[in-house]
Design a protein around this ligand. Structure first.
Ligand code: BES
Ligand code: MN
Ligand code: MN
Length: 457
């Protein structure tokens, strides 16, 4: 295993240029326009896995965007690690905010800039390069299975069925995922908790047609006013969410979890400058770290309607739109929150306004054990390559498949990511540190080694 550093140094230029080829494919899952590119990305991943030494590597059809499945089975008596990642990316818009086009990767200040550089192409690619290293040096501590999907950023709609249909094939002792962040490059972390999410598409309709705001103004409900009014009622003055019963089922963090959270180095000024605000805010009675780690949230992701073009247009729009999402924590049930939000939100609208609500994506929150052999193996691997023990962290992001692996296959996950919160994932100028990319490739083989050592003990 110790040769991995050398192997990276010898092959670093090729690793980067292969990643750049991957990043050039605009596999944006939320927009059907890019469907062909997603398929292209799937075949790229499949080929890369074969070249890296997988015995089997296949592109598998789903209802929409394919899944890539690969394996390297060395000995059925050895433990098996299932690696999960996603090759789809978020939309890159607004394009004018990028210093360099999102699908024409460039390297600047030892970082690769491109949509998906960190989330998750750069990170899933590390696993393929670690596989290549193990193949080239002919040392496989365990069996490896790879599941790479192209629909994570739209909520992994095909995965539940895929897991159910491929239960036998996907049998493994642990799932390993690199799709999260370190605290910083000197402070490694392992994510043991992710939030769940419910994402709503909302459409309000007032009058059947657009009206002249002089002729009809003041005589009918303006759906844009109504929508703003409804949205303004979703939080109270303490910034608590007002949906009835919203907080009722939350399982509060244990004292140990709070203690672990307090180990996380957190500099409020640094945080403020990173996000670009003068003051932080949030639910009363909680610190910023508590809000991020333990508390559910609700956000308007977009709101629009009426006249948005140049100049003035005197109009009362017929429709108003919003995208509203909620992040859920341990204990909250998706079904319950969907139904309570739906009825509460509808109750805020006057009778003359028609309200359409549609759930675009949803997933359960996830907590993974931190006293398991797999967690300890990840801890040891990171200690080996960072020289520091990683801190356990609960994060605000969501990865839909994590709770599904547990629910459908009964397999826990280890979230060993190498990104940084400052990588601008989902935003313009997303990037991934080359140091982080190589550190991941270096650490992954040690995870396999220690996982097997600790499992067989
Ligand atoms: N990799 C992220 C999730 C993430 C990022 C977790 C950083 C922890 C730290 C993932 O690709 C993501 O963006 N998920 C979506 C899920 C949604 C679209 C269903 C999210 O969290 O918004
Ligand atoms: Mn991701
Ligand atoms: Mn993402």
């Amino acid at each position: 295993m110790e040769e991995v550093e050398n192997y990276i140094t010898t092959n670093q230029d090729r690793f980067i240029s292969e990643l750049i080829e991957f990043l050039k494919i605009p596999s944006v899952s939320s927009n059907d326009h890019y469907l062909e590119d997603s398929v292209k990305a799937a075949f790229f991943v499949k080929e890369q896995l074969l070249k890296a030494g997988a015995d089997i590597s296949e592109v598998r059809e789903t209802a929409k965007i394919p899944i890539v499945y690969a394996e390297k089975i060395v000995d059925i008596n050895l433990p098996t690690v299932l690696i999960y990642g996603h090759y789809d990316v978020q939309p890159a818009e607004p394009l004018h905010l990028w210093h360099n086009p999102p699908f024409e990767p460039i390297i600047k200040d030892n970082k690769i800039y491109a949509r998906g550089a960190c989330d998750d192409k750069g990170q899933m690619f590390m696993h393929i390069k670690s596989l290549e290293f193990l193949t080239q040096t002919n040392q496989f501590p365990c069996n490896l299975k790879f599941l790479f999907e192209g629909e994570e950023e739209i909520g992994s709609p095909s995965l539940e069925k895929y897991l159910v249909d491929h239960k036998e094939e996907l049998k493994a002792d642990i799932v390993l995922v690199s799709d999260t962040a370190l605290i910083n490059n000197d402070t490694p972390s392992l994510i043991y908790g992710l939030k769940g999410i419910i994402y709503f598409d909302i459409e309000l309709t007032g009058a059947k047609k657009e009206l002249h705001s002089g002729i009809h103004g003041g005589t009918v409900e303006n759906p844009l006013h109504v929508l703003c009014n409804m949205v303004s009622k979703l939080h109270d003055e303490n910034k608590q969410i007002t949906i009835p019963g919203f907080y009722a089922d939350i399982l509060e963090p244990s004292d140990l979890e709070k203690e672990m959270m307090n180990q996380i180095p957190f500099d409020l000024e640094e945080f403020k400058s990173l996000v670009g605000v003068k003051e932080i805010t949030g639910e009363a009675g909680y610190s910023t770290l508590e809000r991020i780690s333990f508390r559910p949230t609700l956000d308007v992701n977009g709101i629009w309607g009426g006249h948005n073009g140049q100049g003035a247009k005197t109009v009362i729009a017929s429709k108003a739109f919003a995208k509203i999402s909620m992040r859920l924590v341990n204990g909250q049930s998706i079904e319950k929150v969907i139904s309570s939000f739906e009825s509460y939100f509808r109750s805020l609208a006057p009778e003359t306004i028609d309200v359409q609500m549609n759930v675009l994506a949803s997933c359960e929150s996830a907590l993974t054990p931190i006293d398991s052999v797999a967690y300890k193996a990840a801890e040891k691997a990171m200690f080996h390559t960072f020289g520091k023990k990683p801190l356990p962290v609960r994060m605000g992001g969501s990865i839909p498949v994590i709770s599904l692996f547990e629910k459908v296959l009964g397999i826990n996950s280890v979230l060993m990511g190498f990104g940084l919160d400052s990588d601008n994932i989902h935003g313009p100028n997303e990037h991934y540190g080359i140091w982080n990319f190589f550190k991941g490739i270096e650490t992954i083989p040690f995870f396999y080694k220690y996982f097997v050592e600790l499992s067989l003990k």
